[in-house]
Design a protein around this ligand. Structure first.
Ligand code: CP
Length: 315
């Protein structure tokens, strides 16, 4: 494979391979922490048009651990601010013979468009409300660390599913691994996409009666909301958030809590969740490095360009 653009097109065997490789890289990181020469002589360019802490820094660490040369393309100080298009930017960068392009953009499908213009391996680091494939892989990896066979386990994804590329990628991947997925959120923000096997709830108690093993909270993305239709943040916390009272119930039931970050404390969850013994939020951040090492190692720059016009689902 030249690119990683989505989860939808990955075969189960490819996912299993990537998760096994992530285990090997995590062992390597925790045992020696030394660089390995897997990408020696290769160059990785980070092209982030939207802010990022976890994805950006873990890709950078992952690439450096694999001995690649990493360049951060600073969008704010580039000719993009003078109106240069993404196409011209990519052509310019291509002339510099980059091997891997890691792209985050607010436009769904943009990494796919770039992948068809360049021989570099393109990795989607989050495109609009479309996909965030490496987040899904690290989520699945984190769940597999707790349940070695996750088949039949239940993951309840809470929040603004409609605008969430994480919800789309993670729910798709978990289902490919045989995990049951349900969505909970305001009716207008829980879309109908995905197979009929996905349960959709608007009521917290009813969703918890579904008996999840993992409660996965999505970040409230105010930057993508039509505020007219969104409850106040205080209301959101009361209706869908993990309050102190709900955390106590979650603790008694022994459920795991996940969140892709960044967390809006007091909105998706109360402060006490950060100290909850079954919170996997820090595990997710840590696992991002091993998983992204596995992805970089797996892709082959210079391979066939992807076929035109992949089918991006519209909402
Ligand atoms: N989960 C995630 O994508 O976080 P960042 O926006 O910090 O990269």
């Amino acid at each position: 494979r030249k690119d990683l653009l989505d989860i939808a097109s990955l075969q189960r065997e490819e996912i299993e391979l990537l998760l096994d490789q992530s285990t090997a890289f995590k062992k390597l990181l925790t045992s020696s922490g030394k660089k390995v020469p897997v990408l020696e002589g290769k160059s990785v360019l980070m092209l982030f048009y939207e802010p990022s802490t976890r994805t950006h820094s873990s890709f950078e660490v992952a690439a450096k651990r694999l001995s690649a040369e990493v360049t951060n393309f600073n969008v704010a100080h580039s000719s993009i601010t003078k109106g240069e298009s993404v196409r011209e930017t990519v052509e310019t960068l291509q002339a510099m013979r980059t091997d891997y392009l890691i792209v985050r953009h607010s436009r769904s499908g943009l990494p796919g468009l770039i992948a068809r213009q360049t021989k570099a391996a393109v990795i989607n680091a989050g495109d609009g409300a479309h996909e965030h494939p490496t987040q899904a892989l690290l989520d699945a990896f984190t769940i597999k660390e707790k349940f070695s066979d996750p088949r039949g386990k239940k993951v309840l994804i809470i929040g603004d599913v409609l605008h969430s590329r994480v919800a789309r990628s993670t729910s798709t991947l978990l289902q490919k691994l045989g995990v049951e997925v349900a969505f909970l959120g305001p009716g207008s923000l829980v879309p109908k996409y995905g197979p009929a096997t996905i349960c959709r709830f608007t009521n917290y108690q009813q969703a918890m009666a579904w008996a999840p093993d993992v409660v996965y909270l999505l970040r409230v993305q105010m930057e993508r909301q039509d505020v007219q239709f969104f409850p106040s943040l205080r209301e959101y916390h009361r209706i869908y958030g993990i309050t102190n009272t709900r955390l106590e119930e979650i603790r008694q039931r022994g459920l795991y809590i996940m969140h892709p970050g960044p967390v809006n404390r007091g909105v998706e969850l109360c402060d006490a969740v950060m100290d909850y013994e079954r919170s996997l939020i820090n595990n997710q951040a840590e696992n991002g490095i091993a998983v992204r090492m596995a992805v970089l190692d797996w892709l082959t720059p210079g391979g066939d360009l992807p076929k035109p016009e992949p089918a991006y689902a519209t909402r």
